[in-house]
Design a binder for this molecule. Structure first.
Ligand code: GDP
Ligand code: ZN
Length: 301
C-alpha cells in the first residue's frame, strides 16, 4: 500500500479535497471518527482500491490553529498551519473595529502576522474616523491596505503581502472578501463560489473552507466559518497577549498579574489616559475579557 502526505485544500463536512506531493488533487474521506482534519492540515493518505476517493489515516502535528468556541462552548478548529491573517473591513457594511480586534487577537495568540484591509474606498463616507483607526493599526505594527475590489485599486498590494504565505481571509459578511479573492486570482477561476454555495447540511454544523492558490505565489483560505467570530481563549488572562500594545505596556504595571481593569499602578490604563494606547482598542480588550468570562461560566455550569 502506498502512503502519501498531502495538504487539505478544501473541506466539505467529512469530505476533503487534497493536494498530493505530486501536485495532483484528489477527493478523500476520513478513516474513523477520531481524526478531524481542517483546511491547511498536512495528512497521511492512501488510495482506496477500486475507488477514486483516497483515505485520510492521520493528521500531522499542527504549527498553529485558528479556533473559536462553538455553540456548546467547545473549541472548534477552523483552519491550521497559517502564517498570515487578513481581516477585511469596509465602508459598507459599516466597519466594526471590535470584530477586527477579535480577529487580530486570535492572530496575535497564534503568533502570526496580520493585515487590516479596508475595502470599498470608492464608497467611504466616514473617512476621518476610518483614517484614525487605520493609522493606529499602522502605529502598533500591523500591515494596512486600503482598496476597492470593485475598481481593482489597491488589491495588488494585498497580493504582495500574500506572496509565499498561507493566509486566511476573514471579516464580516458583505465586506468584499470574495471580490478581493477574485481580483487576486484574476481570470483564473471563480473558485470562491465553491465556498458560498449551499451544502445541504445544517448551517451551524458544517464549515466549508477552501485554500486558493494565488498566481503571484502563496495561497489564501476562504472560510464562511469565520464570518461571525470570537477567539476561543483558555482564560480571560490570556486576552492581554492578544493586544500587542497592551502586552508591551503591561511590563510596567505595578503588579505582575495585573489584569489592567481596576488595579492601582496599571501602566495600561495610564497609557490610555495619555493617548498612547487607543481607548477603543482598550475597550476591545475589556470586551474580550468579559466575553471569555461569560463563555467559561457557561462551560462549567
Ligand atoms: P463577502 O461576503 O465578504 O465575500 O463580500 P462580497 O465579495 O460578496 O461583496 C459583497 C458586496 O459588496 C457585493 O455586492 C460586491 O459587489 C460589493 N463590493 C465588493 N467590493 C466592493 C468595492 O470595493 N466597492 C463597492 N462599492 N462594492 C464592493
Ligand atoms: Zn495593568
Amino acid at each position: 500500500m502506498t502512503h502519501d502526505t498531502a495538504t487539505v485544500i478544501a473541506t466539505y463536512s467529512r469530505r476533503m479535497r487534497l493536494r498530493l506531493l505530486s501536485g495532483n488533487e484528489v477527493d478523500a474521506r476520513i478513516k474513523g471518527k477520531r481524526i478531524k482534519p481542517v483546511c491547511g492540515d498536512q495528512v497521511v493518505t492512501e488510495p482506496i482500491p477500486n475507488e477514486s476517493d483516497w483515505l485520510i489515516t492521520a493528521v500531522a502535528e499542527r504549527e498553529n490553529e485558528l479556533t473559536r468556541p462553538n455553540m456548546r462552548g467547545q473549541v472548534e478548529v477552523l483552519a491550521a498551519n497559517l502564517d498570515y491573517l487578513i481581516v477585511v473591513a469596509a465602508a459598507e457594511p459599516k466597519a466594526d473595529w471590535f470584530i477586527v480586534d477579535r480577529y487580530l487577537c486570535a492572530a496575535e495568540l497564534m503568533g502570526i502576522a496580520a493585515a487590516i484591509v479596508f475595502n470599498k474606498i470608492d464608497l467611504d463616507t466616514d473617512a476621518s474616523s476610518t483614517a484614525e483607526e487605520l493609522a493606529n493599526y499602522v502605529r502598533i505594527g500591523y500591515d494596512v491596505v486600503q482598496c476597492s475590489a470593485k475598481e481593482g485599486r489597491g488589491t495588488t498590494d494585498i497580493g504582495v503581502l500574500l506572496k509565499d504565505r498561507c493566509a486566511i481571509i476573514v471579516g464580516q459578511s458583505g465586506v468584499g472578501k470574495s471580490s478581493i479573492i477574485n481580483q487576486l486570482v484574476g481570470d483564473a477561476t471563480q473558485r470562491t463560489s465553491a465556498v458560498s454555495g449551499k451544502t445541504g447540511e445544517g448551517r451551524h454544523t458544517t464549515v466549508n473552507s477552501v485554500m486558493i492558490p494565488l498566481p503571484g505565489g502563496g495561497s489564501v483560505i476562504d472560510s464562511p466559518g469565520v464570518r461571525d467570530y470570537a477567539p476561543a481563549l483558555e482564560s480571560s488572562t490570556v486576552a492581554a497577549k492578544g493586544f500587542r500594545e497592551i502586552t508591551a505596556a503591561a511590563q510596567n504595571c505595578k503588579f505582575a498579574n495585573c489584569r489592567h481593569l481596576r488595579e492601582p499602578g496599571c501602566a495600561v490604563k495610564a497609557g490610555v489616559e495619555d493617548d498612547k494606547i487607543s481607548a477603543r482598542r482598550y475597550e476591545s480588550y475589556k470586551r474580550i475579557v468579559n466575553l471569555t468570562e461569560q463563555l467559561s461560566d457557561g462551560r462549567y455550569t
